[in-house]
Design a protein around this ligand. Sequence first.
Ligand code: BGC
Length: 820
Amino acid sequence: MEGEGYHLWAGTAASQEWDAAYTKAEAAVANLTLKEKVVLTTGKGYFTSTCTGNIGSIDSINFPGICLQDSALGVRNTQGNSAFPAGINAAATFNRTLMYQRGAAMGAEFRGKGINVQLGPYMNLMRLPASGRAWEGFGADPYLTGEGAYQSVLGIQSQGVQAVAKHFLNNEQERSRAFSSSNVDDRTVSAKSSLNSRRQGWLTSVQATRTVPPPRASNPPFIETASLNLHRPVVPPQHPGERGSGDIKAMNDTYACENNATLHGYLKGELGFRGYVMSDWYATHSTADAANHGLDVTMPGDVIPGGGISWFGDSLVLAVDLGSVNESVVDEMATRVLAGWYLLGQDQGFPETNIGSSGPDVQGDHASLIRTIDAAATVLLKNDKGMLPLKSPRSIAIIGDGAGSNPSGPNACADRSCDKGVLGMGWGSGTANYPYLIAPVDAITNRSKETNTTVVSSLSDSDLKAAAKAAAGASVALVFITADSGELGYIVEGTDGDRNNLNAWHNGDDLVNAVASVNNNTIVVVNTVGPILVEAWIDHPNVTGLVWSGLPGQEAGNALVDVLWGDYNPRQVYGRLPYTIAKNQSDYPAQVDFDISLSTIQISYNEGLFIDYRHFDAANIAPRYEFGFGLSYTTFDYSGLSVNGSLTSGSNYDATVVGASLDAALHETAASVTFTLTNNGTVAGHEIPQLYISMPSSSNEPPYLLKGFDSIFLSPGESTQVTLSLSRYDLSFWNAETQKWEVPQGSFGITASTYAGVFRMSSTLATVFNLTIKTLQAIPDPVSSAVIGLVTEIWNAVQQDTVLDEPKQAPSPPPVPARV
Ligand code: BGC
C-alpha cells in the first residue's frame, strides 16, 4: 500500500498547527499600523517584483516579505532547477507516493532558491479536452485531481514552502478568460470541486481567477435544483449581517475576486479555509468589494503593469479612512497572510531569495525521481503481438520531429512557446527552464548499442517519403507525434492557448500512416497535452503499439527507453489515462467556447456533473480508450470482493457551521471494500485497482464515479488483500435544494477493477441487489489479456427517510478571525 494518510480537520494536527500560526499572526498584526497591514495584502507591482510576485517587508515585526514564483512543475525563469513532469503525468501514475515525492522535490527547489510560495499545484479540471492549460493539472476526474492536488500540497509544504492551489474556481478554458462568465449550477460546483474535501486542510493559499461566476438571473442553469444559484446562501455565523449574504442581487455578475458567496460562503465558510486568497495576476477589479467579499491579497499589486496604482495599497487605506472597508477586515486579511507564513515556519531560517544567475543549483538528485515518475506515467495503450518490451531488435527506425531536439536549444522559445523536438511541457506561465532535455533519438541510440541494434532516423514531420524510406525494412518503427497548447498570450502555429481541434500537430496522422504502410511493426509514441484523436490509424494492422508519454519534462528520452525496453526498476509500473480518448471530438460533452463578443462571454457548464467518462457512460458512447485505462505486461485476478460498513440515508449536515464540509463525521470511513488481488501472470508488476461507485438512481449522479485507487506491486503468483475505504462524503451527493451533503436512499453499486471501462460499458450493472454482494463472471477485455474485475452490487443504505442519523453535536468551528 502507498500514500499519505488523510487528515481530519477539527482537533487534528493540521488544525492545531493553524491555531498556533493564528496566535502568532494575530499577535503580530495587533502591533501593526493600518499602512503596514495593507502592505501584507498588496503585491509590490509587476516591475518592482524580483519574483513573479512579491509582498513587501515590515521591519517592526522582522517580516522580510514574501516571494511568490511560478510554476506548478518547477521553478520558473531561473537556472539550476529541474523541469519536472507536468501535473497531467503525475496524475497518470495514479500513485500517491509519486505525487507526493514530486511535490516534495519541487518544494525543496523552491526553498533552495529562497522562494516562500510556489504558484502551484494547478487543480482546475480537464472539463474540455482541448483546454489550453489542463496539462498543468491532474486530468478530468475530481477525485483524481483532488488526490493529485492534495499530495502535491503536502509534498511542497513538507519543505516549508507554501503551496497555492490554483485557480479557484471554474477556470477551465483560456479563450476569453478575462472576459467570460462561468455559469455553473450549485451542485456541479460541489461535485467537481477538487477542493471539496478535508484534504485542503493544510492549504495556505488559493489563487482566484479572473472569470465572472454566473449572472444567476439571466442564466438559470438547472431546473431540477430549487436553488438556481451557483452561490450557496451559506452564511457563516461569525459573519452576521455581512453584505451580500443570502442576498441574491449581490451575487449576480460578480468577478471571482469579489464574490462573497464563493469566497466567504463556500471557501472560507463551508470549506473552513484558513489561508489567504490572492487574485490571479490582474484579476482584481475593485477595492471595497474585493476586500469585503473575501479577497486577501491582490497580485501582482498594480492595476496595470508598472502603473503604480493598486486596488489595495493606498486605495485600501483610503477605503478604510472613508469607512467603506472596516479596519477589522484588513486585520483579517493581514492575519491570514502572516498565518500562512508562520504555519510553514518561514519566520525562522528561511533562505534568502536568490533566483538570479548567481543563485544556487537546487536540482539535487531529482533527475532520478523524474525518470521514475515518467516511466510510471507512461500509459501503454496498445501492444499487439507482444512487441513491447523490446527484446533485441535488429534495427529500429525513429521517425518524427518529436523524437529529436529543438536545434536552437530546449529553452529557445519564450515560456516553451513552440513545438520543436520532443515535447516535455506545454507553454505559458506553467513552465520552467529545462536544465537539459533528453531527446528520444539520443536515448534510444545509446540503449541500442547494448544490443547491437542498428538505428536509422528521419526526424522530419513533413517529409513522408523520407519517413517511409527510413521505416521500410526496420524491425520496428517508432513514430513520434505531438499536440501542444498553453496559456493565452502566445500564438503557436495558429493556436492561441486552447487547441483548435484534437488532431496530432504537423499532420501527425499522415506521418503514422506513411510509416505503417511500409512497416508491419509500427509503434506510435505520443507526447501531448491531452487527448488526441487516433482513429486515422489505430486500427491499421501494422500499428502494433501505442505508447502515451504525455508531458514528461527533462528526462523524456531516458524514461521512454526504460519503458520500451522494460528496464525500469521496479519493473512494470505503468500509467493509466487521466482522461478519456474519444473516437470523435464531438463525443465529449463540452468544447472550448471560441465566441468573440464585446460583452462578457457566457460559458455555460450545461454538462453539469457529466464530464469525461461520466458523460460517455451516461450517453453510452464507446470511447477509444477509457479514463483509467492502461495495459501492463502481466495479468491480475480479482476475487472475494466484500463490502463492510453501515450507513444511513439522509443528512444532518449543518451548512451554517464554518468548515462543515470538513466535518469528521462526513469523512470517517463508512464502508470498507476488500478484495484479493493476485498476479496470475509470469512477470512481477504493479496493478492499479480502481474503485467506482454507482449511486442510487434517485440521486441523478453519473453512472460511475471514481472513489478510490491504489498501486500494488506483486510478484508472479503472489496474492494480497486490498482494502479501499469509502467515507460518508464519498457516498453522498450535494442536494442543492436542502443545501446538504446527503446519502441517497437505495442501493449502491461497487466496482473494483483493473480499469473501469470493462464494466462501464457493460449492461450487467442494471440489476440491483440490496444487501447482496454478487460476484459476476469476468468479462473478457477486448484489448488486453489483463482483465478481470468484480462487480458487486450492494448494499444497502436503504433506511427510511425517518431513520436519519441521530442528531450529533455540531463540530466546533475552527477559529476563523471574526469580522464585524
Ligand atoms: C496565470 C497564473 C500565474 C500568474 C503569474 C497568470 O496569468 O494564470 O497561473 O501564476 O499568471 O505568472
